[in-house]
Design a protein around this ligand. Structure first.
Ligand SMILES: Nc1ncnc2c1ncn2[C@@H]1O[C@H](COP(=O)(O)OP(=O)(O)OP(=O)(O)O)[C@@H](O)[C@H]1O
Ligand SMILES: [Mg+2]
Length: 305
């Protein structure tokens, strides 16, 4: 979640902005996302161009939460005009080869200081959120499940969720009430109750980290959830458990819109997305339904490159 982003690094006058802007002279300010037919769009990505920012913190030596680079290649153009329109309750899937920009898109949607929007923008609930910080976005109802969730030693799962919930809703529920709610979801997600008192992701296996991300989504009840390769590292049974967990969250909150990033159709067969998009070299090159994901698994990306 947004806790690992350090808003202090966001700066419009960072050195990268010069590099990025000069690279993007061809960028249009808005993409060709169409106005919503029927229902109003909840989330709009319009002509989004994104570069790696020079100000990203690369001092920790850990893999970045987005799974992306460490800022050494600042100024690199990564997204080159992405348009996407998400309405309440819709399930979108985003597929694309390694390095095509999926995690960059996810991190940018959440306001990561690792990336700089050089053209286009983001609208959420009819507001331009392009310049909002990660905390504001999370509070407004955006959620990101990281491809590589980071450990936070010293902060228990329970305490993190308690503080995140208070920030998200502006109200605090009792620790007992929250513990009961967490236990309920942990059971559904096949997590041992002891995880509530462990430090976030500290010593968690890959699959346990992914379940913990869905637990956060279940508790925080966002309006838009971006799930970055939530299926990676899960065994066959865990994949079903997590897919059921996502469905259960949607069952409780039917308006929840999901953008699920994945390499494989197996999660999508369980989630049954409304739309499947293919991101290639920083652009969405085709959108369709689940048959697109099936075609991809048969043919690979050769047909698009
Ligand atoms: N902070 C950064 N600094 C420099 N380059 C970056 C940064 N973040 C991403 N990149 C580069 O941008 C490209 C897209 O990376 P991204 O992580 O978005 O790919 P992806 O589609 O999520 O790939 P994967 O399927 O492997 O997770 C890669 O070439 C990556 O090296
Ligand atoms: Mg990725």
């Amino acid at each position: 979640m947004s806790h690992t982003y350090d808003a202090a690094h966001v700066g419009s006058d960072s050195p990268a902005s010069t590099i990025c802007h000069s690279n993007d002279s061809s960028a249009s300010a808005a993409g060709d996302a169409k106005a919503a037919e029927g229902q109003e769009p909840l989330f709009l990505i319009e002509g989004l161009h994104v570069c790696a920012a020079a100000s990203a913190d690369s001092s920790s030596g850990e893999e970045s939460p987005s799974g992306a680079g460490n800022g050494q290649n600042a100024g690199a153009r990564i997204l080159k005009g992405v348009d996407l329109e998400i309405r309440p309750g819709e399930m979108h899937a985003l597929m694309g080869p390694n390095g095509s920009g999926k995690s960059t898109l996810a991190a940018t949607l959440m306001g990561s200081p690792e990336y700089e929007v050089t053209a286009g923008g983001l609208r959420f609930k009819n507001e331009d959120i392009t310049d909002w910080g990660p905390d504001e976005r999370a509070k407004a109802g955006l959620f990101l499940a990281f491809q590589y969730p980071q450990a936070i030693v010293g902060v228990s799962v329970l305490n993190f969720l308690r503080q995140s919930m208070a920030a998200r809703t502006g109200t605090e529920i009792s620790i007992l009430q929250l513990r009961m709610r967490i236990m309920d979801w942990m059971e559904r997600l096949g997590m041992d109750p002891s995880f509530a008192d462990r430090f976030i992701n500290d010593g968690f296996s890959g699959g346990e980290r992914k379940r913990n991300e869905i637990l956060q989504m279940a508790i925080l009840q966002p309006d838009v959830a971006v799930l970055d390769e939530t299926d990676s590292g899960l065994d066959i049974d865990a994949l079903k458990v997590v897919a059921n967990g996502i469905e259960a969250v949607k069952g409780q909150k039917p308006d929840l819109a999901v953008l699920a990033i994945t390499h494989y159709p197996r999660l999508l067969e369980l989630l049954n997305p409304d739309y499947v998009h293919i991101l290639l070299n920083g652009r969405i090159v085709e959108s369709g339904d689940i048959s697109l994901a099936r075609k991809l698994s048969r043919q690979g990306y050769g047909a698009w490159s």
